[in-house]
Design a binder for this molecule. Sequence first.
Ligand code: BGC
Length: 366
Amino acid sequence: MKTRIGLVVLSLFLSLLIGISLGNRHSGASSGKDAKDTGVVIGLSMDTLQEARWQADRDIFVARAEELGASVLVQSANSDDTRQMQDIQSLISNRVDVLVIVPHNGKAMARAVKLAHEAGIPVIAYDRLINDSELDLYISFNNILVGELQAQFLVQHLPKNRPARIVRLYGAKTDHNSFLFKQGQDNVLQPLIDAGDIIVLHEDWAENWKPENAKKITNAAITRHGTDFDAILSSNDGMAGGAIQALREEGIAGKILVTGQDAELVACQRIVAGQQAMSIYKPIRNLATQAAEYAVKLARGKPVIVRDSMFNGLIDVPSVLLDVITVTRDNIRETVIADGFHSYEDVYRSIPASQRPPRLHSQEHP
Ligand code: BGC
């Protein structure tokens, strides 16, 4: 008991320390403007807008920042490290008050953090960690939990009377999140793999998370092992789409369990049509809204207090890690639809009205 109370006090104390250090590191150092009197300018450097989620991230972030009186300069680097460095250099020359970065390559962007700090600009890593740098704040979801939920779903639905045969699709190696998703999946799967209950037939990393690369990996798995497998553990919806395309070409879409992440509209449509088994819903609204609020606070030199931290190879970065939810055919109305993430109409678009489940009470008048 004493130890627990000690730990609670220690963690509160650490939170305070993290908050204080966050607030003080760059106070008054930004761009020489009087941040109290003028609106602050946020630089948002994004890796890509490839997955539908990133457009939502951008739009919600910008809307919230503007509500708070800030303006946002947005750049998107099209999965190119050189371009992202140039984007960031131009944002720094534009004297932004804070930089928010979705890194394409978490390691390459350490240099961006250094350059920003030399110009007195604090940096927030958005959704993906920036490694080996003195990053000011990291805001994301609980990404290890994402992987655990994907694997737990898989384990619950795999055959129990014989070893299950699976294919694993990992994300981009340049993205720190890909390793966190895998780590979460391994937490659940490794004991079963060791016991021989699950056989991993084929596994690979998809460069830049591209659906066409996921399709190629699935094709390679089928060429080597045939179509006699039970599941594809895909780390996100975009790749699930590529994998399902490969399954379609073999005429086995819907027969093999496929996982995903992001609750993209097309993935939700595949889920209700029975072609994809699940996705992970990450409430982007919470992430983008909170990130905008933290960005404005940091830009104004105000203290920011957070509970978590994440080691990035150099420091324990003060972190905000938000919760995620498994989405299946059974709970899609209570989760993504209830939240207004997608409408009932859009999700069930390809399902004949007579085969749709009823709208939930609260969704009767869209
Ligand atoms: C994000 C996922 C996204 C993937 C590809 C990851 O870092 O967490 O939500 O699907 O990148 O963009």
